[in-house]
Design a protein around this ligand. Structure first.
Ligand code: PRP
Length: 212
């Protein structure tokens, strides 16, 4: 049995064509079913639906043999014990700094001033501002980061931007792009040894589909 950990939403939608290229079709629709273990057309392949931030944990500890996870999550949670053979080039977006319309970001970034930044990506934000030599106070949030500058909780946010629609709808502007993000394949090291042939087959099919 090969168990693949996926998260609902962007990653799930974008991985379906790649799974198909490996001959795998998911039989349940996660939007209609409450099942967390989904069957596929391959009797020896199943899909686990987990939170995006839990994908590395499931794969690291062998709850899943492989998984698909955003680079943002990998950078934030660490990648101990995970084999990362492939950038799947899906669920592409970026991590950016955004502020309220009219906020003077350049002035706030000047050495000596102090800025408060709210984010789910504390490690990424800390590294970014440290590389600029700017001291920031970080506030950890778990969602709806856009609210922080609007309510005075923070001067800026560090968050994922895809279309930019969420920022726009909340009168925020993207002032700096920290890094581009896409989803990566991660594989449990032990599973790779014990189930080498079927796992390699999936990796190779994905690699071929990504190149097209
Ligand atoms: C992300 C991010 C933004 C939104 C940006 O949230 O936190 O809120 O997407 O997308 P856009 O630029 O296309 O508007 P996501 O949907 O991943 O959910 P989350 O709040 O659970 O992170």
């Amino acid at each position: 049995m090969i168990t693949i950990a996926l998260s609902k939403g962007r990653i799930f939608d974008d991985i379906l064509p790649l799974l198909k290229s490996a001959g795998i079709e998911v039989l349940d629709d996660p939007d209609k079913s409450r099942k967390l273990i989904l069957d596929t057309n391959q009797p020896d392949v199943r899909v686990l639906l987990v939170r995006a931030t839990d994908v590395p944990t499931y794969v690291q500890y062998g709850g899943a043999d492989m998984g698909v996870v955003g680079k943002d999550t990998l950078l934030e949670s660490g990648t101990q014990g995970l084999y990362q053979p492939l950038d799947l080039q899906i669920a592409k977006c970026r991590i950016s700094v955004a502020v309220r319309e009219g906020f003077d970001y350049a002035a706030a970034m000047k050495q000596g001033s102090r800025m408060t930044v709210a984010t789910k990506y504390v490690a990424i934000a800390r590294d970014f501002f440290a590389s600029k030599g700017v001291h920031v106070d970080l506030i950890k949030l778990y969602g709806s980061m856009e609210l922080a500058p609007l309510t005075g909780l923070a001067d800026a946010i560090v968050d994922l931007v895809s279309t930019g629609n969420t920022l726009k709808a909340n009168h925020l502007v993207e002032v700096e792009r920290i890094m581009d993000i896409s989803s990566h394949l991660v594989v449990n090291q032990t599973a790779l040894k014990l189930k080498q042939a079927p796992i390699r087959k999936i990796i190779d099919a994905f690699a071929l589909a990504v190149k097209k």
